[in-house]
Each structure stands twice: as C-alpha cells, then as structure tokens.
Design a protein around this ligand. Structure first.
Ligand code: C5P
Length: 401
C-alpha cells in the first residue's frame, strides 16, 4: 500500500542541536516513503551536520542563507512556504522555538516558518532543564495556539548524560505522525460542516445581558479538527475570546440565540453535518429596554420567553445522508437526560459532559465525555479539548463511511 507521504513536499528545518544527526535519518525515511524533502538549516545547525550529507540524501541544495553563496541567487522563503505540504522542524532548539513564538525572523528557517501556508510540526530537542523552563513551556503553548503540532520529546538519556524529558522523538515516530496526519487529512474532503460554539447573550437593556460561562474552546477545537481533515467549516460563534486559525473555517459571529438560529438553519440546508456545541440560552427577555434600567425600585422582575431550540429545528430539517451531533451538559441523571435529547432532537449521536467530572465542562482546557448513540454508550478518559475533538470527529467520520 502506498504511503500517505507519497508525493508530499516536506520542508525539513534543522537547528543547532546534537539531535541534528537524526535529521539525516529522518530525511532519508521521508524520501523512502515517496516524499520530496527540502532542507532549511540554521547557521548553528550546520555546526552539527554538514549540508553536503543532507543535500546528497535529498538531491537538493540545502538552504541556509537568504542568498546562495556561489552565485548570489536569492532564496525566496515565500516560494518555499507556498511549495510545501508540511514543514517539520526536527530538531527544534529552545532558541528556535522562542524565535518562532515571537516572530524573530533573523535566519532563513524562522523566516520560512513565518511564510508557511502548510501545517507545521515541531519536534523539540534539548536538555531536560531547558525543556522544563517556564519560557520553553510558554513558547510551546504559543506555538500550539498558532495551530502548530508539537511532537513531544521522549524521556531517556540525553547527550549530556542526564536522564529526563528532552530527547527528540525518533525519526520513525516523526514519520508515523506525518503519515497519520496526511491520511486523516482527506477524511472530510468535500464535506461542509456547521458548528455552533460559545455562549449566547440575551439583551436586557443596552448594557446588560443574560449569558453563561461557555468559553467556546470545545467548539473551536472541533472546527479546527474538521478543517484539518479537509472539511469546509462554517463556525457560528457566540461572543468568545477566540479566533479560528485554519483558512478553511468561515466564522459567522452572532450574539443572541435568535441570531444563532437564523445563521445555523440557513447554513445547514446545504451542509453534510451539524455539530451543535454552543451553550444556547433557553430563555430570552420578552422585551429589551431601550434605555438602561435604573435602580429605582427594591426589586426587578424580568419576564422571559423561550428561545428556539436550534438542535430540534435542525433535527426536523435533517435530510437523508445529513448528520447531526448535539451536546448535553448535565448535572444529574446524565445518561437518561442525554438519551432523551438524542431522541427529541433527532440527533445521530450526543456528547455528554457532566459538571460532576473534575476538569470537564466550562472554561477548562480539558474535557471528559461519553458518546451516546442508539446502540452504544462509550465513555472516554479525561483529555485535552483537542484530543476530545479528534475522538468526536473520528465518530463522525465513521458515520459518513
Ligand atoms: O436541551 P439542551 O439545551 O440541554 O440541549 C443541548 C444541545 O442542544 C446542545 O447540542 C445545544 O447546542 C443544543 N441547543 C440548541 N438550541 C437551543 C438549546 C440547545 O441548539 N436553544
């Protein structure tokens, strides 16, 4: 069977770490899988491995300077960024990771990184204390927030003879990560997926609203996961402090449940699936005061009317072949309530998260879910919202198949 790396154009960035010798093995392994490899190396990287070795392995000149030394040809980092299907920086030193996180483009590698249109994978390599330093942790978090994939270093004996976490992951593992990425990338190609995310704000007067604690993190992670697998994503988002990164995500910003209903029902008409992750208000003020409500009385009553249930409306609108996924955040009798919603809203499956589970629910970076369909109840362990998103999208992909 041919590898998912067949014909893929990979920029391999090499920095000044002793693990640079493994980059030669990585380049060779990628080429054996059918990939085309262009190496970009930092000046310090060249102290650890010679460009002659690398260019012999890849059959391409190694790029390290803005200008080729012999004939003065200019190397366009923009062209490399457009050419690549992926960039892998292996090994990535603390210094390069810091430069990438902060846009310090003082060499060809970081300049190429900043111009990169394709997904970027970073395989750190450094001594355990450098890896554990708060600045390294923070810079890696920044890279994650840019949508870059971090290939965590392994634990073991380091070049310093100290033992700990910091060893660059082995070339064969890095190849597996890339192969896995490219093989899942096609799973949702040609599919349009609508995702709702975040809270809704229901206006009371010009300065006040009824809202909830939803951060939108789970919905945004789902949007990124679908886009990474090739889908065209429409993200209907309530007010959150997040921004979608992937170019295949179109965000429609809404505020109220009514606006979310309008946008979502219109977009679902020609969609293949809807994932309803938003924490939509169930009630909204019957009327919105035109001016700020004054503190004149001892008490204030607001009359609320129900909002439209978007999930139930899409469940009625759903055609053959369309999929619909809902969420249930419960505090009691979780399974029973989730099953009831699965039926009432005509969902294909429902993702249950319980406020009783530590680390699950609102504003956390982790979640613990159970996926419920008409046949099975599948509990998952506590994971990052990104990993949870992948589990949910795996299920969606299996239903499409
Ligand atoms: O009934 P409940 O609000 O608990 O159902 C949760 C599920 O229904 C979620 O998927 C949520 O996004 C969706 N929902 C909706 N419109 C509403 C209320 C909830 O789409 N008005």
């Amino acid at each position: 069977m041919s590898s998912a790396l067949q014909g893929k154009k990979i920029v391999l960035g090499i920095t000044g770490s002793i693990a640079a010798y493994k980059a030669a093995v990585l380049a060779r392994a990628l080429i054996k899988k059918g990939a085309e490899v262009q190496i970009v190396i930092t000046p310090a990287g060249k102290e650890f491995i010679t460009p002659v070795t690398l260019s012999a392995l890849t059959s391409k000149p190694v790029i390290s300077e803005f200008f080729a030394q012999r004939d003065g040809t200019w190397h366009s980092h923009v062209d490399i960024g457009l050419w690549a299907d992926a960039m892998v920086i292996a090994p990535a030193t603390a210094s390069t990771i810091g430069k990438m996180a902060n846009g310090v483009a003082d060499n060809m590698l970081v300049t190429t990184y900043l111009s990169m249109k394709a997904p970027v994978f970073v395989a750190p390599a450094m001594d355990l204390d450098m890896f554990a330093h708060p600045s390294t942790r923070r810079n890696l978090d920044i890279l994650r927030s840019y949508g870059n994939h971090i290939i965590e270093p392994a634990s073991g004996e380091l070049a310093s003879h100290l033992v700990g976490k910091g060893r660059m992951e082995e070339p064969e593992t890095i190849v597996k990560v890339l192969e896995g990425f490219f093989s899942t990338q096609q799973q949702l190609t040609g599919k349009k997926i609508i995702i709702t995310a975040g809270p809704t704000y229901e206006r009371i007067d010009p300065v006040r609203f009824i809202g909830n604690y939803s951060s939108g993190k789970m919905g945004y992670a789902l949007a990124e996961a679908c886009a990474e697998r090739g889908a065209e994503v429409v993200l209907v988002s309530g007010p959150v402090n997040l921004q979608a990164q992937h170019p295949c995500i179109r965000t429609i910003h809404v505020e109220s449940a009514a606006q979310m209903y309008e946008a979502t029902t219109a977009e679902y008409k020609n969609a293949d699936a809807g994932i309803l992750c938003a924490a939509v208000a169930d009630f909204t003020p019957e009327s919105v005061a035109g001016t700020k409500i004054k503190r004149e009385k001892d008490d204030l009553s607001l009359r609320l009317k129900p909002t439209q249930d978007i999930a139930a409306a899409l469940g009625r609108q759903k055609r053959d072949g369309q999929l619909l996924v809902g969420f249930a955040l419960e505090t009691d009798r979780e399974l029973e309530h989730a099953r009831e919603k699965l039926e009432r809203k005509n969902l294909d499956f429902i993702v249950l998260n319980s406020l009783n589970d530590k680390g699950a629910g609102f504003r956390t970076d982790t979640n613990k879910i159970t996926i419920i369909d008409r046949q099975n109840v599948t509990p998952y362990p506590l994971k990052s919202k990104k990993e949870v998103a992948d589990d949910i999208i795996d299920r969606l992909v299996s239903l499409f198949n």
